[in-house]
Every structure is written in C-alpha cells, then in structure tokens.
Design a protein around this ligand. Structure first.
Ligand code: NAP
Length: 311
C-alpha cells in the first residue's frame, strides 16, 4: 500500500506531523507501537504547554492531539516496525505483524525510552517496586516510603507527584545541585514530604519478592548506607529509539537523529521530529514545532520529486 507520508511514532511530534500532512491532503499513515501520545501519556499534569492556563492531564492532551489529526484523515496503525528500507525513491516499511507499506516520504518521530540505572536488583525487581513511570505506578505506594533517582525535570516533577501517595519521597541525586527548572526546584524544596540525598548514587536495589531497601554510596565521602524503601522510581534520562535505523541514517554519538533546520535527515525524503532529534530541547512545544516543520518539508519534497498525487 502506497502512502505519500508514513510517520513512525505517535507522540506529539508524530501527531502534529500527521495533522499537517493530512491537512495538506497527503495520504498519511502513522505507525505507533503503543497508544498514541508517547511520553505525554505517562505525564500526570502538563503545565507548560501553551493554551491550557490551568494545565492539562497528559493523556487528555494526547487524546485531543490524536482526535484532531484523525479528523483531517490521518490513519493510525498499532504495531512496531520490523524492517525499514530508506534508500530508494520509494521507502519500504515492514511491520512486526507482517503488513508492508511504501511511502514517498517518511517522518521519524520515535522518541526515546528511559535509561536504566544498570545496578544489581534493577531488572529482577522491575514491576516489584522498581518503576520508570510515577503516573502508572504511584498509587501503589500509598502511605509508603519511596525513592526517586535523578535531578532533572522528570525526577523532581515526578517526586512532587508521588507525594500525593507516599509519606516520604527521597530524591537521590549524584550531584549537589538539581538540573530541573527553578520553579520545579522551589516547589520540591518547599514540600515537607520530599527529602534530598545529595552527591549519592544507588549501588544496589535490594529485596526478594519486592523492593525493601537501597544500598547508597556518597560519591564525596565514599560512605555507603542503606535506605529502607518500598519503591524506587528511576528518572536518569532517556535513550533515543533509533536501533532500527542504525546504518541507514546519520545518528550522533548518543544515537539521536541528525537533522538540518528543515528536519531533513541524511537520507532524501526522510525527516525527523521530536525528542529523537539530535540537539533538540525535550519539550512538548518543541516536538510540536519540529513535527510541523517536518510535515511542511515532507510536503515540499513530495511536490518537487513526484508528479502524481494520491489524494
Ligand atoms: P535529564 O534532564 O537528562 O536529567 C537526567 C538526570 O539524571 C540528571 O540529573 C542526571 O544527573 C541524572 N543521571 C543521569 N545518569 C545517571 C546515572 N547513571 N546515575 C544517577 N543519575 C544519573 O532527563 P529528564 O529529567 O528525564 O528530562 C529529559 C528532558 O525532558 C529534559 O530536557 C527535560 O527538561 C525535559 N522535561 C521537561 C519537563 C517539563 O518541562 N515540565 C518535564 C520532564 C522532562 P546530572 O544532573 O548530574 O547530569
């Protein structure tokens, strides 16, 4: 089946690209392995996306973006990409379940997934007290003592969210200064349920059936200590979802897709948008902006390189 544009990834960047290409009357398919919305789906409250002065719940914002794009004709399939061939004039995409598509242009919006800590106990106790999603799992820790690892916006915002349930939230950060936005830091410092463990890293997550404690090491004093907790939420950054693109397209040293200011990648007809782009600020508004640019660039590329229109 031939499409003008195939978008891979259905977060804010992909859904916005789909809105624009559909409105440009380009026959567009969006492939998403989970539910449309991407990381926003696992965000409790979005307070810095313009137009929603009281903030908006992540899943609600995602649903609105999806509905708006579908309204203009965006088709969405739920599956993962198994194989992709980008070198010819017509690009080929094969999905896990076997469906095959061809496209005149491709927009890659595959985002990123949480980085693991890589310590003993993390894999074994995943889902048994180890979590990467406070929105999904926070409510299991009502009245309990938990830890959050990291010092960025994700860690501190989610620590604040977790105080709705947990009686104590210990933020363990490897330095003595947070990376999170100032306004988020101020809220965390003012919250009595949040305690900070500075200059420290988690060396081991302990527990048999469920998490019971953490072995923590102070990086300055080298002193080790044990913190009793029932849960640990890990927010130490993200890794781009580009494994399936390696060798086909130029990636930076961390695996993010290199684009120019038109969101064009190293392969003609292939564009990228959102968190998967190299040197991109990871914000919904930025993902939406780059999705827009990628869609307009894809439309221009099709106009210049193909005679016939599909729609
Ligand atoms: P991030 O900003 O990259 O922060 C990751 C944090 O984890 C840093 O504090 C880092 O420490 C720490 N870290 C990294 N590797 C570690 C390790 N192996 N062990 C212990 N700690 C480790 O990631 P993020 O907070 O997930 O945010 C990702 C992007 O999304 C950012 O650009 C962020 O601004 C954005 N975001 C924005 C919002 C918002 O605007 N409301 C919400 C969420 C995320 P160091 O500080 O020492 O490097």
């Amino acid at each position: 089946m031939l499409f003008d544009t195939v978008i891979i990834g259905g977060g804010p960047a992909g859904l916005t690209a789909g809105l624009y290409t559909s409105r440009a009357r380009l026959k567009t398919l969006l492939i998403e392995r989970g539910l449309p919305g991407g990381q926003v789906m696992t965000t409790e409250l979005v307070e810095n996306y313009p137009g929603f002065e009281e903030g908006i719940m992540g899943p609600e914002l995602s649903a609105k973006m999806e509905k708006q794009a579908r309204k203009f004709g965006l088709e969405i399939v739920q599956d993962s990409v198994r194989e992709i061939s980008l070198d010819g004039k017509t690009k080929k995409i094969i999905l896990e379940e076997g469906r095959q598509y061809e496209a005149k242009s491709v927009i890659l919006c595959t985002g990123a997934h949480p980085r693991l800590l890589g310590v003993k106990g993390e894999a074994e106790l995943r889902g048994k007290g180890v979590s990467y999603c406070a929105t999904c799992d926070g409510a299991f820790f009502k009245g309990q003592k938990i830890a959050v690892v990291g010092g960025g916006n994700s860690a501190v915002e989610e620590a604040l969210f977790l105080t709705k349930f947990a009686k104590e939230v210990h933020v363990i950060h490897r330095r003595d200064q947070l990376r999170a936005d100032r306004i988020v830091q101020e809220r965390a410092f003012a919250n009595e349920r949040i305690k900070f463990i500075w200059d420290s890293v988690v060396e081991e997550i302990r527990g048999d059936e469920e998490v019971t404690s953490l072995l923590i090491k102070n990086r300055k004093t080298q002193q080790e200590s044990v913190l009793d907790v029932q849960g640990i939420f890990i927010y130490v950054g993200y890794i781009p979802n580009t494994e399936f693109l390696s060798g086909f397209i130029t990636l930076d040293e961390e695996g993010y897709i290199v684009t120019d200011h038109n969101m064009a990648t190293s392969v003609p007809g292939v564009f990228a948008a959102g968190d998967v782009r190299a040197n991109s600020v990871k914000q919904i508004s930025v993902a939406v902006g780059s999705g827009t640019t990628a869609a307009i660039s894809a439309a221009k590329y099709i106009e210049e390189n193909f005679q016939e229109r599909l729609k």
